[in-house]
Ligand binder design. Structure first.
Ligand code: TXA
Ligand code: MG
Length: 334
């Protein structure tokens, strides 16, 4: 059964009736529900198959709405909001008592964000409720950057989808925990560490990697994420090294998919070659990454090899998602 495509007014009505609706944001599509209602929030977890200990972030359309979501806004948080909202930054703060316990899954804190996408903002302002919204994908799959991705995962499972074209950024928001001093980045995103340090001074970075996923600061860190169906491996090294890796897999009879930037569209021979963005602008890689990861599932490849990027600026977010998608499988030229 197909989920109905709805406009902003229809979506707002559905949200008021405690239904779940997918809507575009500048980062990825979100799956929204009334954050003050246990019943509505439970539908998000059900539709996504989301583990019940992974908290949701809450979206607001105006600063006035914050007072029913968080109980305190520290200096650094205020400065970050002034500098980066509306925009791709989620700030973790002490939670307000009125919020559904289902949103924070019992944590004393809550992540909040004011998105900048005009449809998201208008929806939030029309419905005038804080809206809990994780990415609108089935848990574990790459986040949706197009309405079609949402439909691929959630058609028939949710009440409505607002179609709003391709997400401009393509990766989820930066998450920063401001309940600790210095604040800690829990998830890198389009708002970079350097940009935030210019506003509030030194910030720490939560460690990432396979080992810390066992005892994460942010519950979302421990789950498999963004993974295409075939195993993905990140390759670090020269073109000759990449060629040798592909050749080795093909010699074993494997169908090989590769993920490269436009510059390398014709550099390698593989069964399926998908490009995402250009090396000149790592934001373009961020924008196309999830679409490419999803596309591999249509080609039935046995293995996927991806190029690697420098983990600075937005490249840090790109590498963070690629590493998670690969389950931290990296082959490095010696
Ligand atoms: O860009 C985004 O942030 C998108 C769009 C829809 O706004 N939303 C999104 O939500 O990515 P989600 O639920 O897929 O990711 C939220 C992340 C998760 O890793 C979760 O564990 C973490 O934020 N998080 C939420 N509340 C938290 C809290 N109180 N403390 C620590 N981490 C928290
Ligand atoms: Mg997600």
């Amino acid at each position: 059964m197909e989920t109905k495509r709805v406009n902003i007014a229809e979506a707002a009505d559905l949200l008021r009736n405690k239904e779940v609706v997918a809507f575009p944001t500048e980062t990825v599509y979100g799956l929204g529900a009334d954050a003050t209602s246990d019943e509505a929030v439970a539908k998000i977890f059900a539709a996504k198959g989301r583990p019940s200990d992974n908290p949701l972030i809450v979206h607001v359309g105006a600063m006035e709405q914050l007072c029913s979501v968080v109980s305190d806004i520290c200096d650094s948080a205020q400065k970050l909001m002034d500098a980066f909202w509306p925009g791709p930054l989620t700030i973790v703060l002490p939670k307000h008592a009125s919020l559904s316990e289902q949103v924070t899954v019992g944590l004393p804190s809550v992540g909040v964000r004011m998105p900048s996408h005009p449809i998201a903002l208008e929806l939030l302002r029309t419905v005038n409720l804080p809206i809990a919204a994780p990415s609108a994908n089935v848990s574990g799959r790459p986040s949706p950057t197009k309405a079609e991705h949402v439909a691929e995962d959630l058609d028939g499972k949710i009440a409505g989808i607002i179609a709003g074209g391709e997400a401009e950024i393509g990766l989820e928001s930066t998450v920063i925990d401001c309940t600790v001093e210095p604040p800690v980045i829990l998830r890198p995103g389009a708002v970079t560490r350097a940009q935030m340090e210019a506003v509030i001074g030194p910030i720490a970075m939560a460690e990432s990697g396979k080992d810390v996923e066992a005892t994460p600061k942010s519950p979302g860190m421990k789950y498999t994420h963004y993974a295409p169906r075939a195993p993905l491996t990140i390759v670090k090294g020269s073109e000759a090294f990449f060629r040798a890796i592909i050749a080795e897999a093909r010699a074993k009879g494997q169908t090989v998919g590769i993920l490269v930037t436009e510059e390398h569209a014709e550099t390698y021979a593989a069964d399926v070659i998908l490009t995402c963005g250009t090396r000149e602008d790592v934001s373009s890689v961020a924008k196309g990454l999830y679409d490419a990861l999803r596309a591999f599932d249509r080609f039935h490849v046995d293995v996927i090899y991806s190029e690697s990027f420098e983990a600075t600026g937005v490249g840090e977010a790109v590498m963070n998602r690629l590493q998670k998608a690969s389950g931290y499988r990296v082959i490095e030229e010696q």
